[in-house]
Unconditional design. Structure first.
Length: 310
């Protein structure tokens, strides 16, 4: 089968499409015939070797690439009883040091990391859900805000930011969304109550809207100190890139690293299938153009996820 791998760390040019043996599911594992694999920043960490440098993975001669997968169950390992061959599923691979990832024709995941695909979604659409919705959901958990409290989401038009806005609304939070001016209608459609232009002085604008500051922020755009300054005394700040600014005014800061939660992935999939989470695809490309996808991811400005198809 074909798969995208990394045998040396570096820029997008190090991504290689190779012919490799078909993987076989072991006990408790599911083999998925990949229909689509989303391109995420987590994949960049694999490509560049930063995951090894920072202790998130063991260095290997070959790394597979890709965390998000959508497709159909192709084979079941011993003891797997929650899925059936031919069933449409999604999965989230948390381990970043395996020889094969989701950028492949087939992928093997542990059963607990797999969930039914959202009803009515194509594989390409479904592939955009697992990592980004899980990250947004766990960022909200980390803040622990109560219904009616105010949340600022930076980068609200992006993949994680969009899910964070929708999930926050479902939790009864009042969302202030920061994005580009042209994205105001989009983020309001996600449920944002107030809008902040990314060209504005963030803290000043937020505090004008919410005297004293918001109760928490999910800094999906990695704004840093300006986002933390928009938080009220004793509030919370979540960074998605392990880059929290120096905490002040008793603001609790969290550097979030997602973890696969199979039970919650089932629930997020059901929300998407019910039309309560928006699945957005920026573009689709074949595996052979994985390097181009990484170049476009680095350039920014995407609305939704780039998705690779075998």
């Amino acid at each position: 089968m074909r798969a995208v791998v990394v045998r040396r760390y570096g820029g997008p040019e190090v991504l290689e499409v190779v012919e490799t043996a078909l993987p076989h599911p072991g006990p408790g594992e599911v083999r998925i015939k990949v229909g689509a694999a989303a391109v995420n920043f987590a994949d960049v960490l694999i490509r560049t070797g930063l995951n090894v440098q920072y202790g998130a993975a063991v260095g290997r001669a070959r790394h597979g690439v890709g965390c998000d997968v959508a497709g159909t169950v192709d084979a079941l390992g011993e003891g797997v009883d929650r899925f059936a061959v031919g069933q449409a599923v999604i999965g989230l691979q948390e381990r970043l040091d395996l020889p094969l990832g989701a950028y492949a024709e087939y992928a093997v995941l542990e059963e607990w990391a797999v969930a039914p695909a959202p009803a009515g979604a194509t594989a390409v659409e479904a592939a955009t859900l697992p990592l980004n919705a899980t990250t947004a959901d766990q960022a909200l958990d980390a803040l622990g805000l109560r219904r009616g409290q105010r949340l600022l989401v930076t980068g609200a038009a992006g993949a994680v930011g969009g899910f964070a806005t929708e999930l926050a609304r479902l939790r009864g939070l009042r969302v202030l969304a920061q994005a580009g001016a042209a994205d105001e209608p989009l983020v309001r459609s996600f449920g944002a109550e107030s809008f902040v232009d990314r060209d504005d002085d963030l803290a000043a604008r937020v505090r004008a809207l919410v005297p004293g500051g918001v109760d928490g922020v999910i800094d999906a755009a990695n704004v840093g100190t300006a986002a933390l300054d928009a938080v009220a005394h004793g509030g919370g700040y979540v960074s998605l890139l392990n880059s929290s600014p120096f905490a002040r005014r008793a603001v609790r800061t969290v550097d979030l690293a997602y973890h696969t939660d199979g039970k919650r992935l089932w629930e997020l999939s059901a929300l998407a299938g019910a039309g309560m989470l928006t699945l957005r695809v920026a573009d689709t490309l074949p595996l052979e153009r994985a390097a181009e996808a990484h170049e476009r991811l680095a350039a920014g400005g995407l609305r939704g996820r780039l998705v690779l198809v075998p």
